[in-house]
Design a protein around this ligand. Sequence first.
Ligand code: MN
Ligand code: MN
Length: 467
Amino acid sequence: MKQEKTQGELLKEKLFLKRENAGMLLSQEELDRADAFCEPYKEFLNQSKTEREATAYTISLLEQQGFVPFDPTHKYTAGDRVYYNNRGKALIFATMGKKPLSQGVKLLISHIDSPRLDLKPNPLYEELELGLFKTHYYGGIKKYQWGALPLALHGVICRKDGKKIQVSIGEDEGDPVFCVTDLLPHLGAEQMKRPLREGLKGEELNVLIGSRPFKDDKASEKVKLNLLRILNEKYGVVEADFLSAELTMVPAGPARDLGLDRSMIGSYGHDDRVCAYTSYAATVEVTAPEMTVVTVFADKEETGSNGNTGLNSDFVRYFIEDLAAPYGIPGRQVLSNSKCLSADVNCAVDPTFQDVNEKRNVAYLNQGVVITKYTGSGGKSGTNDASAEYLWEVRSILDQAGVIWQTGELGKVDFGGGGTVAKFVSYMNVDTVDLGVPVLSMHAPFEVVSKTDVYMTYRAFKAFIEA
Ligand code: MN
Ligand code: MN
């Protein structure tokens, strides 16, 4: 016999905040849709190991969807689709809405750079008849995680003659890979006494790239010589060309399904290509929005958003001004009426390291897209802190669209912290809040997300721009 619910149980149902697993809430059909949604996302990850590759690959997708290069002298009308490529490293794409720009735009802003090992300007050397690259890490990494791991070389070299060479070695099955070597445990006694942050020190992140000497009796540094010979034959470069290059080592290999149930994806660079891809997917599906939709892929977030392809630059502001100028609308009027989702990941609570999070205010894997009211550190230092009014607006949109969402803080109070582009968006007088996918092992060479969370993030972006 079915028991009636008690008054207390009914009241609790009515009053308490619920945390629910998307795997329970969604029908099998919806779960299948979430899984299917993630297949092209994995391809996006594989094609986008750097911000340059993410930009180029996204442009190739956008052009198939009718987006054309932005012309600041043109007066665009509803349904027009444009993109603006900022130096091949950051991207803005927009679909013009039916409402006038004076009422503002809907902004989705993610970042497409991820932590990695950049090559130094003079990287190549030979030591003990081995060829190596010196690196300078980019973004917040735990350096010890980058040893004894297959790495791929990506980037560009601007040769002395002005030709720009694209480099990608280590992703195809037949390609060689590279690695940072680590000490054998047998001789690691002293190393193991180091604090973990120095398990591998910055100047120990040297990448092994070759070992066979050039056959010659007289020349010295024959391994280095042989490596330069190979690079010269393949790309026409000489050692001085490294100075005008942006080369980087990233974990080699494709994104993989994770778990016996294939419910998750393990990959390099989910932070923040997962929000980039989901915002892209939502943007291209909305062909006739009410408000103009402006989607931004920013560079340099992992190093503080500085540089002209980062959000601390004025390139988004200039784009908005240019878009509105033919209508005689000042950019500041557009921006002051605009709404933004700062699309970035947050940490998911890890069963093995629960202590760093406060369990009532942390995101859980599979509980949907995470809204992060504020980031920062200490007493909310260095963060945008979204207003109650704006959070109500976003929450209403998600609830009406049936999106599964949760809130999350980045760790316990005073345990550390971090930031996103949200504060730079707020500098433009735009309402903004952080929203994105919860991630396990954030900033590691192999990060983990759940497929239902990825799908809910896409649904959140779509609901936001359709609202
Ligand atoms: Mn991020
Ligand atoms: Mn990050």
